[in-house]
Ligand binder design. Structure first.
Ligand code: FAD
Length: 329
């Protein structure tokens, strides 16, 4: 085992480093303080890209950034990226590797872990260092009814973390970050997975919902797709985005990519308005870090009232139109 925490910096389709990376940078500073180990980043990208985002790395307290650059890495490819990452990891031997649980991260992390024959705790909701200096990664289990803290017996210890679980650094941590450029050894690598085309979601991008300041979410109580149109209107007036429960997605009245909760997105907006949502643990885990939660439900015993800041016992089909009228008389 060697030293250091390595964070994977994902470059997204829009050409930006994914926001979850900066959230992980904040978590890594805390872990590094307990371990007294350096924090490094790995970016895999087209030649010349790292230079354009260098400043962001320097403000996040990284000791070193390993930039594996090559024109063949301009677009994400499972096999090429996994090879480039594994080679670098074998060379620098970090003790901990953290990856954002985005679509790309969920594809890449298990491939790295299986090649290195190490453990990966996926979709963590908390990270800590235990008394033996090991990574203690917490995630929901048994359908969200229990939180399990998992230790990895092998090194490097790997964890993926969903976007919005950690907040980004409040203040810049300026370091004289060393950027180390590497050429990947990817000649002749067989591509088992090929991206044929990229189809952009017709709905709001996942990032827009995850990073919205206001989320108006609907559950099975919205009853129909028309009910959700009402929520769209309220969200638009509040400059927010619409989210949904799994029940609403299962009923086909809300798009699956709007699902918030254990098996959906994690959000932490300034304001979360829960409409016709009962408040199951699996939903709560994805929105409980919202600053203010308003719940509207016609059942006074609905569990959501235990989580919210303001609860309104009433019919969503009366309350939401009244709110819309109030916002836009
Ligand atoms: C492994 C696993 C993972 C899961 N992951 C997720 C997840 O990621 N996200 C998620 O959301 N769920 C998830 N679930 C499902 C979860 O357990 C619940 O079934 C789901 O969250 C319930 O959604 P709901 O609140 O919309 O529906 P319900 O529980 O049916 O609640 C509907 C609510 O609407 C209220 N209502 C009805 N009519 C009105 C009205 N006119 N006005 C006001 N209120 C009204 C009712 O009183 C009720 O409280 C998961 C379950 C499992 C087992």
């Amino acid at each position: 085992m060697s030293e250091g925490i390595l964070l994977y910096a994902e470059v997204n389709k829009s050409g930006y480093v994914q926001p979850v990376f900066f959230e992980l940078a904040c978590a890594a500073q805390g872990l590094s303080g307990k371990l007294n180990e350096p924090v490094c980043a790995l970016i895999i990208c087209a030649a010349g890209y790292t230079e354009t985002v260098k400043e962001g790395f320097e403000k996040c307290g990284f000791d070193k950034v390993y930039a594996v650059e090559d024109e063949r890495l301009a677009e994400y490819n499972t096999d090429l990226y996994a090879k480039a990452a594994v080679d670098l990891i074998k060379e620098i031997e970090p003790s901990i590797i953290l990856i954002g649980a985005t679509n790309q991260g969920r594809d890449l992390a298990p491939r790295i872990a299986s090649t290195l024959k190490t453990g990966l705790t996926a979709d963590c909701t908390d990270l800590d260092i235990n008394e033996n200096g090991q990574l203690a990664a917490t995630r929901p289990t048994f359908g969200g009814k229990l939180m399990a803290t998992i230790l990895c017996k092998t090194y490097p210890q790997m964890a993926s973390v969903r976007p919005k679980v950690f907040k980004p650094l409040k203040e810049d941590v300026i370091k004289n970050t060393e950027i180390i450029y590497k050429k990947p050894d990817i000649d002749g690598i067989e591509k088992c997975v090929e991206l044929l085309s990229f189809i952009k979601s017709v709905h709001d991008s996942v990032n827009e919902l995850e990073y919205a300041q206001v989320v108006v979410a609907g559950g099975a109580g919205m009853k129909t797709a028309n009910g959700f149109e009402m929520l769209e209107k309220l969200a638009e007036l509040l400059n927010g985005k619409v989210g949904a429960t799994r029940a609403a997605a299962d009923m086909g009245i809300a798009a699956r990519d709007k699902q918030i909760g254990q098996t959906g997105l994690t959000v932490s907006p300034k304001l979360y308005i829960a409409c016709g949502i009962s408040g199951s643990v699996q939903h709560i885990v994805g929105m409980c870090d919202s600053d203010k939660i308003i719940a509207i439900n016609n059942d006074p015993d609905a569990p959501i009232f235990e989580t919210c800041d303001i609860g309104y016992v009433g019919d969503v089909f009366e309350v939401v139109p009244a709110l819309i009228k109030h916002c836009y008389p």
